[in-house]
Design a protein. Structure first.
Length: 354
């Protein structure tokens, strides 16, 4: 009854504002519902900023009523979302991705199918909700950020009713980053966790946390009988992963990795691997060093082979000289022998005939 009275009251005051009409037409809503959204958010639909930024105005109404059909992508993109999310037991999201443009709407619209099918939920801390509430009244923030921070709780509330979002209370002391790290330290021991955040420092902290958690895990010793009975073992059920991703346009995800060679962090595609992976710069640097080392080794080997060849050639020449000398000496001895024998014969014949 109260809703009907409000509808009549709004209809009496409803003016022929182009923004209201266009939004109602695009979203297939009644005009009074669009105006109700602006009233609940304490916004003036005649405001020049809202009329100039039609996409933002549409986003606000979509958030308020949880209308996400326009943000669902094609089947291929949804399959990619499913492949990225299905491996995680819990998915957490920080404050910044929730209010950064309309990227969160794309993410939740496409991930919702996976969350329902896999019976998973997107976890949001109450501390994150508090921070978002504070941002909505922070004059230092841009107007579009404040508006998104004001309307996102309505969307989160509706998605929580549908079973897609779970709100967790970890207390109100401190900042949300510390709450997340403490919670992930506890939950990361027994669950594969995905954290979505735009904060690079927080991302590095969580990646290091996940690496430290895995160091303390002792893998079981599989007996010969176990191996005969079960065959190949995969210990991924024991070693859990804490993965951190940045939210991008259209709800895409980029994972943060830390290079174990130089210690710098970088973003790349979401692969099923550890968080410490060598970066491309260090990889090419190491490969170049290997190539240089290989080239030096090849030059040294070529030089060594050349020296060996020269020694062999020199030895062959010397042997040839020695052989020729021996042949000459042998020939000389043979000649001397023939001469001596001839002289001896001559002398013998001389004595005989005398």
């Amino acid at each position: 009854m109260a809703k009907l009275i409000y509808k009549r009251r709004v209809n009496n005051k409803l003016d022929t504002n182009n923004l209201i009409k266009n939004l109602a037409k695009d979203l297939k809503l009644e005009e009074y519902k669009v105006q109700l959204c602006f009233d609940k958010l304490s916004l003036d639909y005649d405001d020049e900023y809202l009329n100039k930024n039609y996409a933002l105005s549409k986003e606000l109404v979509c958030c308020y009523y949880a209308i996400l059909d326009d943000y669902i992508r094609d089947d291929e993109a949804r399959l990619e979302f499913d492949a990225n999310i299905k491996r995680f037991d819990e998915v957490y999201i920080d404050t910044a991705p929730l209010i950064h443009e309309d990227w969160f709407l794309y993410f939740i619209a496409n991930a919702s199918l996976t969350l329902r099918k896999r019976r998973k939920k997107l976890v949001i801390l109450e501390k994150t909700m508090e921070e978002m509430y504070g941002i909505s009244f922070n004059e230092e923030k841009d107007l579009d950020v404040r508006l998104r921070a004001k309307v996102r709780p309505f969307l989160i509330q509706k998605l929580a009713r549908k079973g897609l979002i779970k709100r967790v209370d970890t207390g109100s002391i401190g900042i949300a980053d510390d709450h997340l790290v403490a919670l992930l330290k506890k939950r990361g021991k027994t669950n594969n966790i995905l954290l979505i955040t735009q904060d690079r420092y927080l991302s590095e902290r969580v990646v290091q946390l996940g690496e430290n958690l895995n160091k303390n895990i002792e893998l079981p010793h599989h007996t010969l009988f176990d191996r005969f009975r079960q065959g190949k073992f995969v210990d991924e059920d024991i070693v859990k992963k804490v993965v951190v991703c940045e939210l991008l346009k259209n709800g895409d995800l980029l994972r943060l990795y830390i290079c174990q060679h130089c210690g710098d962090s970088y973003y790349d595609k979401l692969f099923d691997c550890e968080g410490y992976v060598i970066c491309s710069s260090c990889y090419y640097e190491i490969e170049n060093a290997k190539q240089k080392h290989k080239a030096i080794k090849e030059r040294e080997e070529a030089k060594r082979l050349k020296e060996i060849k020269e020694i062999e050639e020199k030895r062959e020449i010397e042997e040839e000289i020695i052989t020729v000398g021996k042949k000459i000496k042998k020939k000389q001895r043979l000649t001397y022998s023939i001469v001596i024998i001839a002289l001896a014969l001559i002398l013998a014949l001389t004595f005989i005939f005398i």
